[in-house]
Design a protein around this ligand. Structure first.
Ligand code: ADE
Length: 255
């Protein structure tokens, strides 16, 4: 996948020089190109922002340097850049489904906004997509773009060590993931659940599915309500509910 980022702060993207994204770049599965929007200004002061028409506080990012940068970006590769993503808190909420959708593209172009806002014509003339990483306002689009790039890159086939590990992630089937354990078997008096040591693959699979359901029910009932559940899932949920009722009764009776 080819990824181009238009930003005022290319240095921030050093954060992607670690771990899995770094490995993906080294393996040639991802090419990341950073473009400094300031290089596409035409005045002596290299101005990228200006005061808002109509007045008001703050500065607005000018459209013309972004436009020239985007033309250079589009011309720099033979792969058509069909997705031009503006990072903005007003965008489509980012989630694992959007990550999968973007992971299927051959090329992604990100525009990182700054200041109080970006001139509306960047939105209407240049962006094909607008993405938000959550209902809070950051100082710029760089961290959000890195969040999206990280989530997308790990879904590209061959990037993760085992293809299975992405499929078992939280959210891939609409549920949160089951708890993980590694050595030591007893840590600070807390034991690893017996079933995980049993070597019984079917029992382990059922335990994991049940804990995944339990955790989602407890922490994200909204996800559970939207998930596609199997007959087995419904049976496991009934067991969980029965366990909870038994526990509540036990608590009422006291010691
Ligand atoms: N830029 C500033 N805040 C943002 C957010 N929450 N998501 C995407 N881009 C942003």
């Amino acid at each position: 996948m080819e990824i181009d980022v238009l930003t005022l702060f290319p240095g921030m993207f050093q954060a992607l020089d670690y771990s899995i994204v770094k490995r993906a770049k080294e393996k040639g599965l991802v090419t990341l190109r950073l473009w400094d929007i300031r290089d596409y200004t035409e005045d002596r002061h290299r101005t990228v922002d200006d005061t808002p028409y109509g007045g008001g506080a703050g500065m607005v990012m000018k459209p013309d340097p972004v436009y020239r940068a985007l033309q250079a970006v589009q011309a720099s590769s033979a792969t058509p850049g069909r997705r031009v993503i503006l990072m903005t808190p007003q965008g489509r909420p980012f989630d694992q489904r959007v990550a999968r959708e973007l992971a299927a593209e051959e090329r992604l172009i990100f525009i990182c906004g700054h200041y109080e806002g970006v001139d509306e014509r960047v939105r209407t003339l240049m962006a094909t997509d607008e993405i938000s990483i959550g209902d809070y306002v950051l100082t710029g689009g760089e961290l959000p773009a890195m969040v999206v790039i990280d989530a997308v890159v790990r879904l590209i086939p061959g990037v993760l060590g085992s293809e299975l590990s992405a499929e078992e992630d939280s959210f891939e089937d609409g549920l949160l993931e089951y708890p993980h354990y590694t050595r030591p078997r007893v840590f600070q008096g807390v034991e690893v659940p017996e079933v995980l040591l049993s070597g019984n693959h079917e029992a382990i699979r059922l335990w994991r599915r049940k804990e995944s359901l339990r955790r989602t029910r407890l922490r994200r009932p909204d996800l559970l309500a939207a998930a596609q559940l199997t007959e087995e899932d419904r049976r496991l949920l009934q067991e969980i509910e029965a366990e909870e009722r038994a526990q509540a009764e036990g608590n009422l009776q006291g010691p």
